[in-house]
Design a protein around this ligand. Structure first.
Ligand code: HEM
Length: 378
């Protein structure tokens, strides 16, 4: 308890019971030598495994060492428990340009996202050659992990943008209770969960049973991560009546029950109408438009976090919302069409602004003795 194994058939941090804190970093590679990058990836996987076990970088001596050298570990996680730390690696589409000779290794699904409705992207929060998603039940542990990996990679990679998330907005295990997002609604109720192995194979894992054909063997057993920094226009939301808020989501605020049912986990009844003949779940409600029933069966593994970056000084409004992270085995047939539809029709869109974005290929897990980058560089 308290530690999540780093090694395994899948990367940790995907179906792992969702932890409370996130530090997400998108990085660019600054070297043009593939060997230097492969070396950093290899060291990252060793360091991530060490930190996931609750051990400092460099082992038990990592905090000490010679007086005239910086210690190997930065030290702020010393005496803190591992807090279920997971570090998940992803490769961005730009990694497969001409720089590292990887152009013919790019899976077709790893393509930059097209422009989507409802977005006003901040160019400083988009893209990246790599991503690191660190999740833990202690924000300091998650930060420590990313900080130390960035430090290891200095001279070879640099952070392009970064997002801190506090508070999960999803559940990835049936054993977890449903948290609330910053709109005050329960979030994660109808999410795919670790227990849904048949659906995970079909919708999340590359090469799973029922999943699309694999075009790059190195991705077998991996998945794709789409990150969207979604700002909530909280001032507008907070002025909306309870009835309006519930109509927009399609669920009751207090219980999380669909407006067509009574209890949180009741299935949506999209055909149900009220006494006046209007649908119980509004035609523009978020859950109606996002549900697999109205999207050709598409299901996603959502694993997002609430965020705030304080005040938007230009408007005097809070910069807060949901750092949406979603996993699926074909982002251009899952996330993209869904977001196109939501951005155009969803009543929630009026209260949102997508300000950051990235898509990354998360390779499969590695065995003990293995290293990140294997299958791609070696
Ligand atoms: C469901 C909130 C963005 C896809 C829900 C639910 C809430 C919610 C409260 C109902 C509880 C649940 O089943 O988890 C939000 C908020 C968003 C947001 C506040 C933005 C800040 C998105 C985006 C997508 C998405 C961008 C995908 C492109 C879904 C899906 C469901 C869902 C697939 C489950 C629908 C069902 O099967 O019942 N969301 N969501 N959401 N959301 Fe979102």
């Amino acid at each position: 308890p308290g530690t999540v194994p780093f090694h395994g058939a899948r990367q940790a941090g995907i179906t792992t019971a969702q932890q409370d804190s996130l530090v997400f970093a998108a990085l660019d590679v600054t070297t043009s030598r593939a060997g230097e990058l492969a070396d950093v990836l290899q060291r990252w996987s060793a360091d991530a495994a060490t930190m996931a076990a609750g051990t400092p970088v460099g082992g038990s001596g990592g905090l000490g060492g010679a007086a005239d050298e910086p210690p190997q570990d930065t030290g702020e996680a010393h005496e803190l428990p591992a807090a279920n730390l997971t570090v998940t690696l992803g490769y961005g589409p730009s990694l497969f340009d001409e720089r590292f000779g990887l152009a013919d290794r790019r899976p077709a699904a790893l393509e930059e996202l097209p422009p989507l409705p409802g977005e006003q992207l901040d160019p400083t929060k988009v893209g990246g050659d790599l991503c690191l998603q660190a999740c833990a039940d202690d924000p300091q542990v998650a930060f420590h992990a990313v900080r130390n990996l960035v430090r290891t990679g200095r001279g070879v990679v640099r952070v392009r943008w970064m997002q801190l998330g506090f508070g999960r907005t999803s559940t990835t295990s049936a054993a977890q209770s449903t948290p609330r997002n910053l709109m005050g609604f329960k979030d994660g109720t109808a999410n795919l969960k670790a227990e849904d192995t048949t659906d995970l194979d079909r919708h999340v894992w590359v090469g799973g049973q029922g999943a699309p054909a694999v075009d790059q063997e190195w991705m077998r057993g991996g998945t794709y991560l789409v990150a969207r920094r979604i700002r909530m226009l909280v001032e507008a939301w907070d002025r909306a009546s309870l009835g309006e808020q519930e109509r927009v989501i399609g669920r009751a605020k207090a219980s999380g029950a669909p407006l067509s049912g009574r209890a949180e986990f009741d299935a949506l009844d999209l055909a149900k109408t009220g006494a006046d003949g209007t649908p119980a779940i509004d035609v523009a409600a978020h859950v109606r438009l996002a549900a697999p029933e109205t999207n050709g069966g598409v299901k996603l593994l959502r694993r997002g976090y609430s965020y705030t970056d304080g005040l938007d000084v230009a408007t005097g409004q809070l910069d807060a919302g949901l750092f949406f992270i979603v996993f699926g085995n074909d982002p251009h047939r899952q996330f993209v069409p869904l977001q196109r539809k939501l951005g155009a029709q969803d009543a929630l869109t009026e209260y949102l602004k997508h300000t950051g974005s990235g898509v990354f290929a998360c390779p499969p897990g590695i065995g003990t003795g293995g290293a990140w980058g294997e299958g791609l560089f070696t």
